[in-house]
Ligand binder design. Structure first.
Ligand code: XMP
Length: 305
């Protein structure tokens, strides 16, 4: 476990030295990693930090408004790019190809904005497990591997590169950041796209965004999971009213973990699970079946793709 105060002062110095007199851009997602980076950098270089938030259209419900409100005191650039991302994902079903398409689109949008700002340095919230999983080649990580950076940055600064998630949370606490950010569940860079099996369409994203919201509402406060969410598995038969329908199959996933490298499913009382299932199928008419994922990591990953 790192000494958080020492870590904070060292990182501020590191950012100051690396940035020198340059402007620094970063992609701010609103998760704990990028938020901690933003606060450290704002303390180090003030207005020379330019955080860019890209709304990929694959974010959770209300996310963009939340970020806008949380970072109202720093000069956040918000880029609305949902249509662009959906167009890039059209027809792609292979999970790795989906990740690559999103990674590439993300970097194109980011480059476009960063160029406008004339920044020479890039700040990234990469943490230790991100590096390990990407180096291991298991799958391309949105915020490290597989990102074709065409822009010339004279420096890439990664102050959190040696920290585990719980250490980042400790740093967030020591920086006095809101509890809401400190204890925020990890959310993958490719967003809801990795929670939709197969091709991503607007309809599927809308369904899973709503289901995700219900799962979070039901489980976050009560169980404080490492992560809980909903995933869209595909279509199956169901009955609604007098009709046999083809409806969406939604999986609920809730796991505990220390660092995301391994995870265990949470033992949620059956009555609560059935209540969540009923809510999802009642509030989202196109859903006909809800299942609970009982798999640990390994053998499963936490996300579905
Ligand atoms: P998996 O699914 O590999 O996920 O068991 C482990 C942890 O990493 C998160 N995750 C990502 N985070 N970019 C990220 O920033 C990504 O591409 C990505 N993929 C998975 C996942 O939510 C879990 O916490």
């Amino acid at each position: 476990m790192v000494n958080t105060q020492k870590f904070i002062s060292q990182s501020i110095e590191e950012i100051k030295t690396a940035a020198s007199t340059e402007k620094v851009v970063m992609a701010l997602s609103g998760g704990v990693d990028s938020s901690v980076c933003a606060v450290l950098a704002a303390r180090a270089i003030g207005d020379r930090l330019i955080p860019i938030y890209i709304d990929t259209g694959l974010m959770r419900k209300g996310e963009t408004d939340r970020i806008r409100a949380l970072f109202s005191d720093i000069h956040l650039q918000i880029v609305e790019a949902g249509d662009e991302f959906l167009a890039s994902l059209k027809g792609i079903t292979d999970p790795e190809a989906k990740r690559k398409a999103i990674g590439e689109r993300f970097i194109r949008c980011f480059e476009r904005e960063a160029k406008k700002q004339g920044a020479k340095c890039l700040l990234q919230g990469t943490i230790y497990p991100d590096r390990i999983e990407s180096e291991g080649g298991i799958k391309s990580h949105h915020n490290v591997g597989g990102m074709p950076l065409h822009m010339e940055f004279s420096k890439v600064i990664e102050p959190l590169r040696d920290l585990y998630k719980d250490e980042v949370r400790d740093v967030a606490g020591a920086l006095g950041m809101p509890k809401e950010i400190q204890h925020r569940m990890p959310f993958p860079g490719p967003g809801l796209a990795v929670r939709v099996l197969g091709e991503v369409t607007r309809e599927k994203v809308e369904v899973i965004r709503e289901a995700n919201w219900i799962v979070e509402e039901e489980l976050v406060e009560e169980y404080h999971p490492w992560q809980c969410f909903a995933a869209l598995l595909g279509l199956g038969t169901g009955v609604k009213g007098d009709n046999r329908i083809h409806g969406w199959i939604v999986a609920i996933r809730a796991v505990n973990s220390r660092d995301g490298m391994t995870a265990d499913p949470i033992n949620i009382p059956f009555d609560h699970l059935t209540k969540i299932g009923s809510r999802i199928s009642a509030e989202i008419p196109s859903v006909s079946r809800v299942v609970y994922d009982i798999t640990a990591k390994p053998p499963a990953t936490i996300e579905y793709e």
